[in-house]
Design a binder for this molecule. Sequence first.
Ligand SMILES: C[S@@+](CC[C@H](N)C(=O)[O-])C[C@H]1O[C@@H](n2cnc3c(N)ncnc32)[C@H](O)[C@@H]1O
Length: 402
Amino acid sequence: MVENYQQRFSKLSEWLRRWSGLWVPRPFVGLPVSWEADFPDLARVLRALSEAEIDELESPGPDFSHLPEDFQGWAQQAKEFSQWPDLAKNEDLLPQVARPRRVPGKKWEQVRHFAAACLTHLPAANRDWLDWCAGKGHLGRTLAAWTEGQVTCLEQNQALCQDGETLSAKAGLTTRFVSADVLADSPQTLLDPERPVAALHACGELHMRLMQSAVARGVAHLAVAPCCYHRISVDPYPPMSEAARQSGLTLGRHHLRLVAFDEVLASPKRKRLRRVEQAWRLGLDLGLGESSGEDRYRPLGPAPRSWFRNDFAFFCSQMAERQELTLPPAWHPAQAESRGWQRLRTVRALGLVRGLFRRPLETWLILDRVLYLQESGYHVQAGSFCPYTVTPRNLLIMAQGR
Ligand SMILES: C[S@@+](CC[C@H](N)C(=O)[O-])C[C@H]1O[C@@H](n2cnc3c(N)ncnc32)[C@H](O)[C@@H]1O
């Protein structure tokens, strides 16, 4: 059955507009969150959660059955809005090829599923693919090996191009690497109607530019798995489709960041480091708030990793010196740190509500791209190309010119 993306998009836009009070405010920036006044029972239950319970509820496939009905209702709707067909459903379609050397395990899972989806769903595409923002060209080399075509990899970073060329030569492939900035004019000439283009995890503006240039140059086949939607040079987000421009939703970069905020692949060590950073920033901020009388989080900019390997007092003194801040006269680092950790627990607990909207927002962004391509005359299908646990950015848009 052909999916009516337009209908799905307008229902989703309406739902996101209706509940914007739940996903726009960021608990990290200020408490209480505005929705707490409207849902006091939910706020009370969430604020009482332990750190272990929050960890559990933040992990993939959580059990929300013990949470209040409002929360469960939103979770159910979020799930329904975020359903996508599995484009790599039939594992038998995947060529049984061993993982090439120097391709990390998770990357190989992404690449082989992506390449299989290209070959299955775009069978009329020419074999001479262009890999857009190719990195070392793991995808491009895989397509070259499976199709025996002349694949071109476009990548800005010269060192990655050189590594890719070496890997390509070792595998006996003739993959060509072109080192260029895809946002500049010249690489656009590599886009020609007969050359299909694949883009695996080209960030925000990089894949948006590809789609716009591909439409302008009449590229017949496109396969794009977007990522890092917030990496755009303008704020708010400029919708791609007419449908999104008419949707009444305006997304700022902060909203787009929410999409990329899943920790599913973060190692326990990385998660722990992030928690330390968040708790320390909150602890320092609470202290600064007391001395200034302002109750609003003040971002203090990025800090070197080394500051977080030392203790909280060291972090505060470094930050105070760099930012020319005055710490409160009666400053007790141990107390401030402990308040930072308590605050973080509350922020994470209340943030569970906002987290429900992560995948629906990503779905909205994918549908914006799908509708843009449809409005431009393409036949489009979208779905997941690999399991979420391989990469949370597992949605793929495939388009064929009519
Ligand atoms: C997230 S990586 C994805 C790489 C590869 N497609 C993969 O999946 O392994 C994004 C790549 O885009 C490249 N890139 C960033 N900005 C670029 C630009 N303006 N022009 C070309 N490549 C760019 C980066 O160097 C990086 O290799």
